[in-house]
Design a protein. Structure first.
Length: 535
């Protein structure tokens, strides 16, 4: 048979969309009845209407019933009507919709013993919601809220759950500006409850693991949440504990970091107070959120010291575990001009491993060209630390993770290679792009379109090209807007030389981008976000 049929029990089988030509073969295979669960014109004008299908079905001696079910939540009365049809129609019966999934869900509803209050979907053992959700999103950061909002813009009837334990949501890209005295920290935080998209359900709990073979997410409180499709975007965990002695001294003894909400203001306080001495800035091994952020902290501090007339009295050093200043070579010359302006010393292949806050001493493992490692110590008056970063443990230790602990995806479609009903985006997915909010802005559209296509068993239409952007704040009032894709390919949005520091881009960083984030991306408005179609 040309169509793929799945037998659910001795009376009912299901399949995806059928054509008029399929009905003769269906009748010849022994089926006695057809149930159409796909609404007319849902798939466009090329889809045969229920009226045409009924005429041809009757011509082939088949009984025909039209019970349309919209994508998303299935009302209880539809389940009851389906149960009645199964009882009354002669069998065997073939039910169909776009992919067969709604027909399968209706069958499950006929078998359940108790309906879940207000949800009207089948339940799973140990689940409070079970398979009530069409899509479960793990993570309520930029990626999670943004993709949920975009999905609901496309399909308002989808039942979506967002699993997120935090009560607050942060606009982290502005913390660099806070550390440079150019932004109010209070403007970077909002209540999570105010940002959850209308139509999505917030599960205020932490995820603790995955059971992809049974389509469940386990929660730390012992519950499990069922899904038809899953989006993994929990972000990265800041592994402060990887640096000995760091956690005990953060926020005092001159030790700070723009990677934490409560510490970014301390960075600015330290920069203002420092008139002479030594300031150290560190960058751990990749991957990290916003690879340019560690040096942005240095540039803004140095710009303040330069304008205050005390830079000559301050010894500035930048320690990076990498071998280059910035991963995209086209931007390095522009950045080096600022390194020279600020008379900062660069130390490559140098990784911070220990901090003694009371002694104001930092310890670095430095690797030479032959791979030999030596331990060096540096006294400091100010130390800005970028912590090591990794995927959360519940993802790292799951069947979804790659060797590095990140959620495996096809880097172009953002679909999991082993579990096609799972997609991932944001900092915790394995795509080798820069981990920035700008990358998420593009990924959201790819995941939204491709997930819905997969729901209907259609070819995935969109390709992610690796786009990411890093607004490098080289001085207070000017930004180098680095935009690039896979392989370091330059992808400027505007027809201007991308490596030139500009006041316009400072305005974007300080004013436009935060507005686009809160009012655009988190509300499903996909401005400057459309990726290319798949060829």
């Amino acid at each position: 048979m040309s169509i793929k049929i799945t037998e659910l029990d001795e009376k009912l089988s299901v399949t995806g969309q059928i054509s008029l030509d399929d009905l003769e073969e269906i009748a010849a295979s022994g089926y006695k009845s057809i149930i159409c669960n796909r609404p007319d014109f849902e798939g466009g004008e090329h889809q045969p209407t229920s009226e045409l299908l009924e005429q041809e079905a009757k011509a082939q001696g088949l009984a025909f019933a039209y019970l349309p079910v919209q994508l998303g939540t299935i009302p209880e009365e539809r389940g009851e009507a389906f149960r009645k049809l199964i009882a009354e129609l002669p069998g065997p019966i073939l039910a169909f919709c776009g992919s067969g999934r709604r027909a399968t869900a209706l069958h499950s509803m006929t078998k359940q013993e108790e309906a879940v209050n207000e949800i009207h979907h089948t339940t799973v053992d140990a689940c409070n919601w079970g398979n009530a959700f069409d899509v479960v999103v793990v993570g309520g950061g930029a990626a999670g809220i943004g993709v949920a909002a975009s999905l609901l813009k496309r399909r308002p009837a989808l039942r979506i759950a967002i699993i997120e334990p935090s009560d607050s949501h942060y606009y982290q890209p502005a913390w660099t500006l806070v550390g440079g005295g150019a932004y109010d920290i209070d403007k970077t935080v909002r209540r999570m409850s105010a940002l959850i998209p209308e139509g999505a359900e917030w599960i205020h709990a932490a995820a603790s693991g995955f059971d992809p073979d049974n389509n469940r997410v386990r929660l730390a409180d012992g519950r499990s949440i069922g899904y038809r499709q899953l989006i993994v975007c929990p972000g990265l965990r800041l592994a402060w504990e990887k640096i000995e002695g760091l956690e005990e001294t953060l926020g005092k003894n001159g030790v700070t970091s723009n990677y934490r909400f409560d510490l970014a203001p301390y960075t600015w306080s330290l920069a203002q107070k420092l008139k002479q001495g030594r300031a150290l800035f560190t960058q751990p091994p990749m991957p990290i959120k916003c690879a340019g952020a560690p040096q942005k902290a240095m540039y803004l501090s140095c710009d303040h010291w330069l304008k205050s007339g005390c830079l000559d009295e301050i010894d500035v050093e930048f320690f990076t575990a990498g071998a280059v200043l910035f991963g995209v070579a086209d931007y390095v010359p522009a950045l080096m001009r600022y390194v020279e302006r600020y008379n900062a010393r660069l130390n490559f292949s140098a990784n911070l491993v220990k901090v003694d806050g009371e002694a104001r001493t930092a310890y670095f493992e430095i690797k030479d060209a032959n791979g030999n490692v030596r331990l060096e110590e540096r006294k400091f008056d100010m130390l800005h630390v970028t912590p090591p970063q990794m995927a959360p443990d519940f993802l790292r230790n799951s069947a979804l993770a790659d060797a590095g602990g990140f959620c495996k995806v096809n880097e172009k479609t953002l679909q999991h290679p082993d579990y096609p009903n799972i997609f991932a985006l944001g900092d915790a997915c394995s795509s080798p792009n820069a981990k920035t909010a700008a990358a998420v802005r593009k990924q959201i559209v790819v995941v939204a379109e491709n997930l819905l296509a997969d729901k209907e068993d259609e070819a995935l239409p969109l390709v992610y090209d690796g786009y990411g952007a890093c607004p490098l704040t080289v001085e207070n009032g000017k930004v180098v807007l680095a935009e690039f894709g896979f392989g370091g390919r330059l992808m400027p949005t505007f027809p201007l030389k991308p490596s030139v520091p500009r006041k316009l881009y400072w305005f974007f960083k300080q004013t436009l981008f935060p507005w686009l984030y809160w009012e655009g991306m988190l509300k499903g408005r996909e401005w400057l976000a459309r990726p290319r179609k798949k060829h």
